[in-house]
Design a protein around this ligand. Structure first.
Ligand SMILES: Cc1cc2nc3c(=O)[nH]c(=O)nc-3n(C[C@H](O)[C@H](O)[C@H](O)COP(=O)(O)OP(=O)(O)OC[C@H]3O[C@@H](n4cnc5c(N)ncnc54)[C@H](O)[C@@H]3O)c2cc1C
Ligand SMILES: NC(=O)c1ccc[n+]([C@@H]2O[C@H](COP(=O)([O-])OP(=O)(O)OC[C@H]3O[C@@H](n4cnc5c(N)ncnc54)[C@H](O)[C@@H]3O)[C@@H](O)[C@H]2O)c1
Length: 459
């Protein structure tokens, strides 16, 4: 029988798992970190998600600036612009490797790493594939999620990419069909389309993105200028025609069936939890019917010494959110009792236009029976908005009637992801009063005047 090594804390997953591990290490605990992929510390965000996708999108943003130069009095020979796809991909891979190496260095120095796949073989007893056994006082499961592939006839035979395969490309596809117009479809669609790939997005919804309805509507309208959109569409089967591949789709309830063809097919239709290979039945940790780990407000599972956070709990699947959850879960494991709160949890879609938001959408305000007031202001309404070219886009504020509490804030347009933060800070401060922003002097001329301006509307 292999020896069992005991730790204060054991963390499964070297992505946001590093958050709980970091706080445990800072507190002087002996920490075991179990990660199946030794070359990919930092998990999805560093290796398959945030970092590589944003590195690619940066190249698209530069291309957009070149394409729009004329409007700012700069004439460029557009036909001389060359896309070196291989260099763009190489740059992304270097950034990814650099980040992963930095994370690995810290793990190797600060923690006790086990680079192997782990599963529970008993209550509070883990075994790795290479035969090591680990017990701990407290466990943290941060084993994440992977691409969900819908059961579409013929898909496996025809072949497809996920966001992970895209990162290994060396040549640019001429035409691409993307199934799914959520975060990944909007972001990678922006990357490919801006660099000249003919992109078609197929989605079952009526608009792209699950944002406040006015943001989703404007996004769909603007994004539809550079990609083909097949909305309200059901994928019936995957097909191959000559060298091309694509989807047979039906639009609407009784709509016609058509085929959308391209060189390649990218599936971006949501995520699936990595709970299936952990043998959680040995621990009593409960899953919901889709396999996400059930947790309470303290991020504790149904086992008192096992916590779970990050994508594996299926809530707000963002890097910054899982880092926050990791710190909270660690504190709760040490006697604190703080409830997780997503009230002021911001998010962004790094597409074109860009989206940034925090708090409730207008539909959520209605569903919760809240009495609210709405204000909206366009980029073109502020000086800096005009200076940057008066792009389509706006800021939208939802404020509670009477209390003046900020309920939600939504932006679509340049720098929306950065601009939304001051509202998140205000929502975290005291009574989350809209007056906090209204009474703050903002620099002129900046796009932050759009944020202040929309608060002024309800002053
Ligand atoms: C294309 C894409 C772009 C994204 N862009 C953004 C963005 O811009 N901003 C943002 O905030 N979020 C973004 N996200 C979401 C973000 O990446 C995730 O929410 C976050 O990385 C989740 O972290 P996690 O630790 O829960 O899971 P992961 O990072 O997936 O970590 C789980 C780790 O556990 C390991 N593991 C799993 N099972 C076991 C086991 N049994 N034994 C040992 N190891 C195991 C895996 O190898 C993995 O390394 C993006 C996601 C994708 C897919
Ligand atoms: N900027 C960011 O923070 C960022 C970026 C990328 C990914 N992510 C995270 O990764 C997660 C996964 O992203 P995603 O884009 O795969 O999922 P998503 O949930 O954002 O979007 C999936 C889309 O696919 C559509 N869809 C699903 N099945 C379909 C089917 N059979 N036919 C037609 N349409 C279908 C849905 O209607 C939806 O619009 C996100 O939820 C997000 O948490 C975050």
């Amino acid at each position: 029988m292999p020896d069992v090594e005991h730790f204060d804390v054991a963390v499964i997953g070297g992505g946001s798992g590093l958050s709980a591990a970091y706080h445990a290490h800072q507190a002087g605990k002996r920490v075991a970190l179990i990660e199946a992929r030794s070359h990919a510390l930092g998990g999805t965000c560093v290796n398959r998600g945030c970092i590589p996708s944003k590195a690619l999108i940066q190249s698209a943003e530069v291309m957009k600036t070149i394409r729009e130069a004329e409007a700012f009095g700069l004439t460029l020979d557009q036909s001389s612009v060359r896309v070196h796809f291989d260099r763009i991909m190489q740059r992304m891979r270097e950034q990814r490797a650099d980040n992963a190496a930095g994370a690995k260095q810290w793990v190797d120095e600060a923690l006790t790493p086990f680079y192997s796949h782990a599963r529970f073989i008993d209550d509070k007893l883990l075994e790795t594939d290479d035969g090591q056994r680990i017990t701990a006082d407290k466990f943290f499961i941060a084993s994440g999620a992977r691409p969900a592939v819908p059961p579409i006839d013929g898909l496996e035979e025809v072949g497809y990419w996920t966001n992970e395969d895209v990162l290994e490309l060396t040549t640019q596809p001429r035409r691409l069909v993307i199934l799914g117009g959520g975060y990944i479809g909007a972001e990678l669609g922006h990357f490919f389309a801006t660099l000249g790939t003919e992109v078609t997005i197929v989605d079952s919804g009526r608009t792209l993105l699950s944002e406040d309805h006015e943001v989703s509507e404007l996004f769909t309208q603007e994004f539809g200028r550079k990609v083909w959109l097949c909305m309200d569409s059901r994928a019936e089967r995957a097909v191959r025609e000559g060298a091309g591949k694509g989807l047979e789709i039906t639009q609407g309830e009784n709509g016609e069936t058509t085929t959308v063809l391209a060189d390649e097919l990218l599936i971006a239709a949501g995520r699936k939890p990595n709970s299936d290979a952990l043998d959680l039945d040995k621990t009593g940790v409960e899953l919901d019917d889709k396999g996400w780990i059930r947790i309470d407000e303290a991020l504790r599972t149904s086992h008192p010494d096992i916590y779970a956070y990050g994508d594996i709990i299926g809530q707000a699947m963002f890097k910054h959110t899982s880092s926050y959850e990791g710190e909270l879960a660690y504190r709760n494991s040490q006697g604190s009792n703080e409830a997780v709160s997503y009230r002021a949890n911001p998010h962004a879609v790094f597409s074109d236009p860009q989206v940034g938001a925090v708090g409730l959408t207008e539909h959520e305000c209605q569903q919760q029976g809240l009495r609210y007031r709405v204000a909206k202001k366009a980029y073109a309404d502020v000086a800096k908005g005009k200076i940057v070219g008066a792009p389509p886009g706006f800021a939208k504020l939802l404020m509670e009637e009477g209390s003046e509490r900020i309920l939600g804030f939504h932006m679509i347009g340049p720098q929306a992801a950065d601009l939304v933060h001051e509202v998140a800070v205000a929502m975290n401060a005291g009574d989350a009063s809209a007056a906090l922003i209204r009474n703050t002097i903002h620099i002129h001329p900046t796009l932050s005047e759009l944020v202040r301006g929309v608060f002024d509307e309800l002053g």
